[in-house]
Design a protein around this ligand. Structure first.
Ligand SMILES: [Zn+2]
Ligand SMILES: [Zn+2]
Length: 324
């Protein structure tokens, strides 16, 4: 459970130790812990306290630290270095909202340090702007029109068209609607390409119960390059294959692609990187470069939301119209 403003993060265990239970903490306030491998190599540095608990054959390492310090570490791990200050503010508000909303996904600690929750590799080391952004947005979170913390989805690049949560996960979230994004094109992850031989393509489709004959003319199905919209299904011979499943099967950067058919191969022309729901990180970075504020950016990607101090959510609840 989140205890005041302290958060408990499970970190990857690097050692197997036999113990009933152990805990240790720093002697000085400015002391840092380091997890070590082979007792020499420093991997990541951590603040706060650690506790160690046996978990089967392994030891479970839990790091407890102030929420705002955790947010700074997540901003660095998820946002990267050398980004605009307003973008760091966006990522800080998103990461804080995510932690506060999702801290009950695990038993015995609040969040894990991998992509299941949010990537966290210890304290933020290099970027002064990250600390400024976390400080400037301290306690700020995003709530929906019902004053509930939103599930703050984000992805690397939407390819110019974000998705609704309904399109991708069949869950209806009023604040995640698909929209055109003019800000992320030309960014590093805006396009990708993958070539697959016609034989491999046909074999793949066979595993999905779609059998193509040599006489079949169009193996690109409904996804030829003349189409201009984000397709959610590959349709062939009355069978619809979700593009998000194809993304997983074929290890594609996104489910947003069209198919060009050549003599003995096909080319998947793809756009974006990630699921496309919520905030597009590269679009947000570009908006920040163009002078947009963190609030402008969050309101662009999330519909009908409010950015509020965490303990003031009730103000918005009080002002909501009552439904019969
Ligand atoms: Zn997790
Ligand atoms: Zn985008």
């Amino acid at each position: 459970m989140l205890n005041g403003k302290t958060i408990q993060v499970k970190t990857d265990p690097y050692k197997t130790i036999q113990t009933s239970k152990a805990s240790f903490s720093s002697l000085k306030n400015d002391a840092l812990f380091a997890l070590m491998q082979n007792s020499k190599t420093f991997i990541f540095k951590y603040e706060g306290e650690f506790s160690l608990q046996p978990n089967g054959q392994k030891i479970q390492v839990i790091n407890s630290l102030p929420l705002e310090e955790y947010v700074a570490g997540v901003v660095e791990a998820e946002g990267g270095a050398n980004k605009p200050l307003e973008y760091y503010k966006v990522q800080a508000i998103l990461s804080r909202t995510y932690a506060l909303r999702n801290h009950e996904r695990h038993v015995g600690y609040d969040v894990c340090d991998g992509t299941h929750c949010q990537v966290y590799h210890g304290i933020s080391k290099k970027e002064v702007d990250i600390f400024s952004a976390v400080k400037a947005t301290e306690n700020l979170v995003i709530v929906d029109s019902s004053a509930q913390l939103i599930t703050a989805f984000f992805h690397s690049n939407c390819g110019g068209q974000t998705c609704s949560a309904q399109d991708v996960w069949k869950s209806n979230l009023s604040y995640c609607v698909g929209k055109k994004d003019p800000y992320c094109m030309g960014m590093p992850n805006s396009t990708w390409e993958k070539r697959i031989s016609s034989a491999d393509w046909k074999n793949y489709l066979t595993t999905k119960n779609i059998s193509l004959n040599d006489s079949d003319e169009c193996i690109a199905g409904n996804m030829n390059c003349s189409a201009n919209k984000r397709p959610f299904y590959y349709v062939q011979k009355n069978t619809s294959l979700p593009t998000k499943d194809m993304r997983t099967d074929l290890k594609l950067k996104s489910a947003y692609f069209h198919i060009e058919e050549l003599d003995n191969e096909i080319i998947l022309h793809g756009r974006g990187f990630g699921h496309g729901v919520g905030l597009c990180q590269e679009g947000a970075m570009n908006m920040a470069k163009k002078g947009k504020t963190a609030e402008d950016i969050l309101h662009f990607y999330f519909s009908g939301v409010h950015v509020v101090p965490f303990d003031k959510q009730w103000l918005f609840k009080e002002n909501l119209p009552t439904t019969p």
